[in-house]
Design a binder for this molecule. Structure first.
Ligand code: PLP
Length: 231
């Protein structure tokens, strides 16, 4: 793992270049280092290289790793969240990217109220309506938005998507465009801001940045391949 600082730097440079290429301020794009399946010691090496923002897709992994690592590190939950795990994870994370139903949003709002917290969340949109993936369908998010905005312990940051995998990242572009346009549309119809777009992964983050991503979720390109079996 001693190539980790160089890999992190290379990703930061590529984010910078992609943002500059399309006239965006590179400071408007955050790098979420997706550390799922990797041990705390690997994360510690990334922290030493200046990375403080990490993403995990399983509540259990955050619960296991967070106590082993410095408290100033920031965790984001990016995987599906079951209602029965909300209470445990909410105090540990800075944001949840995977609010995928109105029911889950209501549960998070209720538990945030009980805990005296405000939850920063993204609404996950399943743009291709893939049955294997979670997320609101486009029409569902439109129909639910008013009810979501009424949940006063949710601070809705914006939208998140995981488009279908395409070997050619250029084929992901239409999904990123659609998420941005959907965001613009929802802002207009609701009059409420949805400033952030969580989109782009290891193989397509530069294209996501060109389409307006404000946070890229990068795992493999920083930490290397994960063991085959993972969620
Ligand atoms: C694993 C994961 C990523 C990172 O994927 P890489 O291809 O390894 O960069 C991003 N987002 C979500 C939701 C993930 O589960």
């Amino acid at each position: 793992m001693n190539e980790l600082p160089a890999r992190l730097k290379a990703i930061r440079d590529r984010i910078h270049t992609a943002a500059a290429r399309c006239g965006r301020d590179p400071a408007t794009v955050e790098l979420l280092a997706v550390s799922k399946t990797h041990p705390a010691e690997t994360i510690r090496a990334a922290v030493a290289a200046g990375q403080l923002l990490f993403g995990e897709n399983k509540v259990q992994e955050i619960l296991a790793k967070a106590p082993q690592l410095p408290a100033e590190l920031h965790w984001h939950l990016i995987g599906h969240l079951q209602s029965n795990k909300v209470r445990k994870v909410l105090p540990l994370v800075k944001a949840i990217h995977s609010i995928d139903s109105l029911d889950l949003a209501r549960d998070v709002n209720r538990i945030a109220t009980e805990l005296g917290l405000t939850a920063k969340v993204y609404l996950e949109v399943n743009l291709a309506e893939e049955s294997t993936k979670h997320g609101f369908k486009v029409e569902e998010v439109r129909a639910s938005l008013e009810a979501l905005h009424a949940l006063d312990r949710l601070d809705i940051q914006g939208l998140m998507c995981i488009p279908p995998f395409e070997a050619d990242p250029e084929l992901s572009r239409p999904y990123f465009t659609r998420l941005r346009e959907l965001r613009d549309d929802l802002e207009k119809s609701s009059g409420k801001p949805l400033p952030l777009l969580s989109m782009g992964m290891s193989h397509d983050f530069e294209i996501a940045i060109e389409e307006g991503s404000t946070l890229v979720r990068v795992g493999t390109a920083i930490f290397g391949e994960r063991p085959r079996k993972e969620g």
